[in-house]
Design a protein around this ligand. Sequence first.
Ligand SMILES: *[C@@H]1O[C@H](CO)[C@@H](O)[C@H](O)[C@H]1NC(C)=O
Length: 415
Amino acid sequence: MVSELAVKILALSLVLGAVAGSIRPSKLLRQVPAAIFVLGNNNYLPGKNIPRADQPYYDFSFFRKKNLMLGVVAGNIRPSKMLQQVPAAAIYVFGDSTLDVGNNNYLPGKNVPRPDRPFYGIDMPGSGKPNGRFSNGYNTADFVAKIMGFMSSPPPYLSLAPSSDNLVLTAMDTGVSYASSGAGILDSTVQYFNATWSKMVASKGFGAVSTLLSRSVFLIGLGGNDLSAFANTQQAQSDVAAFYRILISNYKATITDLYTMGARKYAVINVGLSGCLPVARVLDPTGACSTTRNKLAAGFNDALRSLLAGLAPRLPGLVYSLADSYGIMVDIFADPQASGFTDVSSACCGTGRLGAGGCSPTSTLCANHGQHYFWDGIHPSQRAASLRVQAFYDGPAMYTTPINFKQLVFASGTQ
Ligand SMILES: *[C@@H]1O[C@H](CO)[C@@H](O)[C@H](O)[C@H]1NC(C)=O
């Protein structure tokens, strides 16, 4: 009975996804091109003998090689020892448009959600151009990576996949992003990590890969698209519990699959206050938040919290930090000015009422991008993303359970 319903809801949600143009990575994460960048970690290592690229004009790739050589020559700092102190060896990202840094730019089809036009990226340092993020600049994945010692989010999988060498090199060095706008819990992107993992193991060996992964952070932020697809169908309240069960069972499979391949440290971001997104508010004649959508998110978040609390003791060595995107939005929205926001209901870049109609070159921009919580009808502004990440990393304890991202990074990931 339950499984029949499950199948029905699953099918419905997939159809809706297609209809709404919300793109399914399982079908889409296939095409490819190439790009690469290299980063450094050592500014976070303690001790005056650790070489650091903390002067201007430093070439990071050169530095990294030099750094390892110095360690061997000097004899006092061995690379293996240094690596044990690197806070996060690499970061692997699984998520939707709040974390995507460009995978969708590689996907074909005109219905693929892609932030490939102005004014996306307008505040991106150095370029001011669209750069694969649904933001005016950096997004949440970038700020998580930055605060953990990287220059920005690891690069999108689809930019690396054409070359096995590039993919393995980057996967071992910084990690890889599998986040894709429109993705949900029901679209497993784990298969792309599986493909990466097999190549890593073939090239570097099982032991080296397991060690690296146990010291790496797995950043996961999923569920918003699944819940909004569900809400859009106006399912009866009685279906909600069954829907949660499907989502949680898929979430569990994602975590355990990653664990089987060596993942130990999970930074999980729950679903935000989805009823208060401009695209949800605009459905109400007065522009009020949708209580139904907020309750749907809150119920899912409860189930996610229970899942992680129940799973951790059964998977030895697993550590996690669950970040409360929902809670921090509740608090910021209750007193926007305390966080420097003058507007938490309408998009900075958008068209129509509340700017919910989409950010495009013809949109009117708000005067101060950082004073709007929302950059477009769905996604936080660069400043909002930065604030949340600071809170998740080492902010007030109420925004993370049971530990914060910083404690997660420094926890020992036992193999
Ligand atoms: C990925 O690998 C894990 C661990 O070996 C396995 O349990 C899972 O079924 C694989 N998933 C896919 C989609 O291939």
